[in-house]
Ligand binder design. Structure first.
Ligand code: UD1
Ligand code: CA
Length: 479
């Protein structure tokens, strides 16, 4: 990807994403597993792209078509190179190097595709340190309590880095080391090329380890510097489903903290899951067990009650949503939704609309102040302003083959349990009688009645159910 301003082209960045991810036990390649709605690789690419790289190279291998598809969608400028078979991280970097043209002193930032919490701030400062200190290689490291599985940083007497030893190749004593390799490095391109020509695959995995390049440079007397990351969560790698869940929870906490600092109230932030793509405003209040996903945006003063999921929704100021599932809906100013409403794509609720319990709305626009309070289905419908839809009303929009539209005017009163058989139009100010099946248009100001007239068969229970409790109850009214 070419830098935005040609004059100050950003760094060259390699992202390694060719591994199988065997430990995930999945049909899906590891880097396509998601953390808060975004694939692992996309998290890493986003952080990398914030540095405005002059070249971004992604190394793919296992399930390459699937990974390529995602990479080219989220970062069309990225160069994709293929590692035919897993030869190790060192081998992957060598392939990436073959695909770029760089001068000897160009710093190259290398990172793994499975560290979703890495931030561009950390990447930039690692790069700045590398350049300022004129290092040959700079390694991002971390102190962690449970270093199992990670490469360990072996330091010398003067506290410099000696080499990196992989967990599987480490001695008992080396395993005690709690400083680990994050898999984020900056190398001088020349030194990288040179050191990779000197590594081999004589190790537990029979792979060429990029980590060995560090030891090679160190013994050649080059400047190799470890930089300890400020917040270790940034470098946590996802290798199995447990680590996936850990990273998801940590990203949740990071996002929630950000929103709380920006003026959002959360009653229980441990149960609120907000995708990084969501935007919130001041004085939004969020109750427990809420998920906000995709391109959801929420204006100020909105209250999101417990157990609500909003996916790609636009919620205007002062709206109140409780115990509801909404996907692709626009919820207007001061509208109220729920409890137990289901809003589907194409729903537009204007100002002050009320959608109540057990109501489903799809592909419909409901005008200001109108109400659908109970047990209804509204599909492919437009409703004017100030209209009330009685309980258990259904827009019968599907004839078994095609969908049809219903148009309901302003200040209409639809009686409870009305079936509105589309295509249909109900004029302004019209009424329908409760229990009607309305198959023909109702003109403005008219009462639409579409049901059999009631008849009472007097004395039927006394004759047909004599001796029953009902009959006894009725007897005292006889004569
Ligand atoms: C790697 C590091 C380890 C570090 C850890 C941090 C090596 C040898 N080890 O171990 O020191 O502590 O990351 O998370 O580098 N990949 C390829 N091609 C390959 C092999 C791997 O592209 O042939 C990619 C993977 O897709 C992955 C990344 O490189 O994104 C790291 O590989 P992985 O197998 O996860 O290495 P770790 O064992 O985690
Ligand atoms: Ca890993």
């Amino acid at each position: 990807m070419v830098g935005m301003s040609g004059a100050s082209a950003g760094p060259v960045i390699f992202i390694l994403a060719a591994g199988e991810g065997t430990r995930m036990q999945s049909q899906l390649p590891k880097v396509l597993h998601k953390v808060l709605g975004r694939t692992l690789i996309e998290h890493v690419i986003d952080a990398a792209n914030d540095l405005n790289p002059s070249q971004l190279v992604v190394v793919v291998g296992a399930h390459r078509e699937l990974v390529e598809e995602v990479v080219s969608k989220v970062s069309p400028g990225a160069k994709i190179v293929v590692q035919e078979k897993r030869g190790g991280t060192g081998h992957a970097v060598r392939i990436a190097l073959e695909s770029v043209k760089v001068s000897a002193e160009t710093p190259i930032l290398v990172l793994a595709g499975d560290i979703p919490l890495i931030t561009s701030t950390t990447l930039q400062s690692l790069l700045d340190t590398h350049v300022a200190e004129q290092n040959s290689a700079t390694v991002l490291t971390a102190q962690i309590d449970d270093p199992e599985g990670y490469g360990r940083i072996v330091r010398d007497e003067s506290d410099g880095i000696l080499r990196i030893v992989e967990d599987r190749d480490a001695t008992e004593i080396e395993r005690e080391i709690t400083e680990i390799n994050s898999s984020v490095y900056v190398f001088n391109s020349h030194d990288l090329v040179d050191s990779l020509s000197k590594i081999n695959n004589k190790n537990a995995q029979g792979e060429e380890y990029l980590t060995d390049a560090i030891g090679v440079l160190q013994s050649a007397g080059k400047r190799v510097e470890p930089v300890i990351v400020e917040d270790f969560i940034e470098i946590l790698g996802v290798n199995d489903r447990f680590q996936l869940s850990e990273c998801t929870a940590l990203l949740r906490d990071r996002i929630n903290l950000h929103w709380m600092k920006s003026g959002v109230t959360m009653i229980d932030p441990t149960t609120v899951w907000i995708d990084p793509t969501v935007s919130l405003s001041q004085d939004v209040v969020i109750y427990p067990e809420v998920a906000l996903a995709g391109n959801t945006s929420i204006e100020s003063g909105v209250v999101i009650g417990a157990r609500t999921t909003l996916i790609n929704c636009e919620v205007k100021s002062g709206a109140n949503i409780r115990d509801s599932y909404c996907d692709g809906a626009q919820i207007g100013t001061e509208a109220t939704v729920g409890p137990f409403s289901y809003l589907r794509p194409g729903t537009i609720l204007e100002k002050g609309v009320k959608v109540g319990a057990y109501v489903e709305v799809k592909g419909s626009q409901i005008g200001a102040g109108s109400k659908v309070p109970h047990l209804s289905y509204i599909g492919d419908t437009t409703i004017g302003v100030g209209t009330n839809i009685g309980a258990a009303t259904v827009t019968v929009n599907y004839d078994g083959v095609e969908k049809h539209q219903t148009v309901i005017g302003d200040h209409v009163r639809i009686g409870s349990d009305t079936m509105l058989v589309a295509p249909l139009s109900i004029g302004d100010g019209a009424y329908t009688a409760a229990g009607s099946v309305i198959t023909e248009d109702v003109p403005a100001g008219s009462m639409g009645v579409g049901r059999a007239r009631q008849r009472n068969i007097l004395g039927w229970v006394l004759r047909k159910r004599s001796g029953s409790d009902s009959a006894r109850a009725a007897e005292k009214h006889a004569k």
